[in-house]
Design a protein around this ligand. Sequence first.
Ligand SMILES: Cc1cc2nc3c(=O)[nH]c(=O)nc-3n(C[C@H](O)[C@H](O)[C@H](O)COP(=O)(O)OP(=O)(O)OC[C@H]3O[C@@H](n4cnc5c(N)ncnc54)[C@H](O)[C@@H]3O)c2cc1C
Length: 405
Amino acid sequence: MPQFPNDPQRDSYDVVIVGGAMMGSALAWNLAVAPDFDGSVLVVERDPGFASCSTAHTNSCIRQQFANALNIRLSQHTAEVLRDFPAYMGGDARVPHQQIHAFGYLYLAGDQSGATRLRRAHAAQRDCGVPARLMTPDEIAAAYPFYALDDIVLGSHNTRDEGYWDGGGVFEWFRRKAREQGVEYVAGEVTGLEVSRAGTAVEAVRLAGGGRIACGTVVNAAGPRAARVAAMAGRAIPVEPRKRFSWVFKAERTLPATLPLTVDPSGVHVRQDGPDTYLAGGHTAEDLPADPDDFAMDSDVWMDVVWPALAARIPAFEAIRVINEWAGHYAFNAFDHNAILGPDPEVGNFFYMNGFSGHGLQQAPGMGRGLAELIAFGGYRTLDLRPFHIDRILRGERFDESVVI
Ligand SMILES: Cc1cc2nc3c(=O)[nH]c(=O)nc-3n(C[C@H](O)[C@H](O)[C@H](O)COP(=O)(O)OP(=O)(O)OC[C@H]3O[C@@H](n4cnc5c(N)ncnc54)[C@H](O)[C@@H]3O)c2cc1C
């Protein structure tokens, strides 16, 4: 794990990024390589071992099966990045090749409204060139004979650019290369933001221990703690830490085919992990905001919710043994489950990079690129990411994405 100094070298930076995990580092690297941008960039990270962040607890999967074209385009960008990661990283010979373990995703609909959602999403995916396929229960049974499908009316399946990837490895290279290219990282906690008398700009960042750093732009990349950092600027955002549990298990009977990441109508999801291990995820029925330092497991969720749902969908999973488990936190956007990106309309130099819920890892390359464009050049040059701006929430308009996990 990296060692960061405690003290910044200067007392003023063009850009200060609060939080140096996947999002903060994706932005830092994109700023470092942005042509014609020579501003100074500081990343402040309260947990330099990165033990408690969402990035450390992710399931690290990528999918193309979103319903909104912008979310699809972001995942397509990440798939492109992974096709030749060393070239993306500037042709650096040290950078390893990446790949997607494309076991695919299979969404299952248990009623007509679920099927309608899948059909609508499928139309958007087709328009973006995603080769997803709608499947009847008979077609699913022919391809994957281990499912119980009596209650299923439709499935949506795709294996191209969908599956597991090494998000942790990509994060490491974003961070390492950003530092090599001049971005400064310090270990420290941002405890306050000094807002101008007019309330229109953050003038300085306060650190635990008393340090003060003047700033041109501040980016909130604080993951599940994003609302706390926004509150320091006097702003409220609907981002809550929500606990998500993961279990890795072995089954007495290994399945005869690779298990796609199966999204059950119950909300439980399960996928192939290793050659003879599987990974399932779920949460409590109430799904309330949690303490971001609370990593306790809840065995009732496994016993009462997840295992019964798994055994009902895949009878071979009636006899299974958990071999690893952990809890992590989504930075859950309670308004519409989607990202909040870009400037605050009132505190104009305060930028959001928050609320990625369960799909932030795969969106980091595109979000980092987009936000770097906005900061360095004042506008988006590749994907127009304005639909993610907080203005939609202030207007009460949801970012329409029906396929969330
Ligand atoms: C169980 C689980 C499974 C997931 N599965 C997937 C998946 O399969 N695919 C996918 O794409 N996404 C997935 N996600 C989501 C993904 O992991 C996150 O969206 C992504 O990692 C978010 O990165 P981040 O940098 O925004 O937040 P984080 O990784 O949480 O990083 C925020 C950082 O900010 C720092 N920080 C906070 N406050 C301060 C402060 N005041 N001062 C200084 N530093 C501060 C923290 O220490 C932390 O390091 C999953 C998440 C979980 C929890």
